[in-house]
Design a protein around this ligand. Structure first.
Ligand code: GRF
Length: 203
């Protein structure tokens, strides 16, 4: 399975994938890492692993659509089977979505459909839920609305801060991501309405 991973931050999810890919039985290769900014730890991790990288900053383009097409083309150049947004802090546009429809996955640090958006961990903490978690989903036109591939549950502790809760979520998120991508590499997946099923679609 050829993976392109999109990142904006520390890249701990990327690192978990890179570590898993070192195992031949995982049958997956990160063929490129794309980012929307430079100077981030995620890009250092990619370079350390000798994975090609590309950086496309929205501010370097006249229009958001031009950035989106460039992102689509750079990503497509690596002929990925799957694109994973792992802490990529941008919403992609129509051309990217059209090109990678059904093959673009995102991780979110909450149990969707609860707490979508930029601050999944903080919003769950402020709401006062006692369990939260992480969700891997197929990106669609909405914000964190796509079909759910996997979820992992994490308890909220009484003395949690946003940081301690997010760190606990990220541990579960990494495991969920690595397990799910491994399963997709072995079995594939398809959509049945909103339900994601592993394995090939039956006629
Ligand atoms: C993850 O929790 C992701 O879901 C969220 O930001 C975090 C990224 O972490 N949007 P990293 O860059 O993979 O370390």
């Amino acid at each position: 399975l050829r993976l392109v991973v999109l990142v904006s931050g520390t890249g701990s999810n990327l690192q978990a994938l890179l570590d898993a890919c070192a195992e031949p039985a995982y049958a997956t290769e990160v063929v490129a890492v794309g980012a929307d900014r430079d100077g981030i730890l995620a890009l250092e991790r990619a370079e350390q692993a000798q994975i090609p990288t590309f950086v496309l900053k929205v501010e370097d383009f006249d229009a958001r659509e031009a950035w989106d097409s460039a992102l689509m083309e750079q990503t497509a150049a690596y002929a990925p089977d799957l694109v994973v947004s792992a802490g990529f802090m941008k919403l992609v546009g129509a051309s990217f979505l059209a090109r990678f429809a059904g093959r673009f996955l995102n991780t979110h640090p909450a149990l969707l459909p609860s707490f979508p958006g930029m601050h999944g961990a903080r919003d769950a903490l402020e709401y006062g839920v006692k369990v939260t978690g992480a969700t891997l989903f197929v990106v669609d036109e909405g914000v964190d609305t796509g079909a759910i591939v996997a979820q992992a549950v994490v308890p909220v502790e009484d003395d949690d801060t946003e940081e301690t809760l997010h760190e606990r979520i990220k541990v579960a998120e990494r495991r969920m991501l690595v397990d799910s991508i491994g399963r997709i590499a072995r079995e594939g997946f398809h959509l049945d309405g909103r339900r994601v099923r592993f394995g090939a679609a039956r006629p």
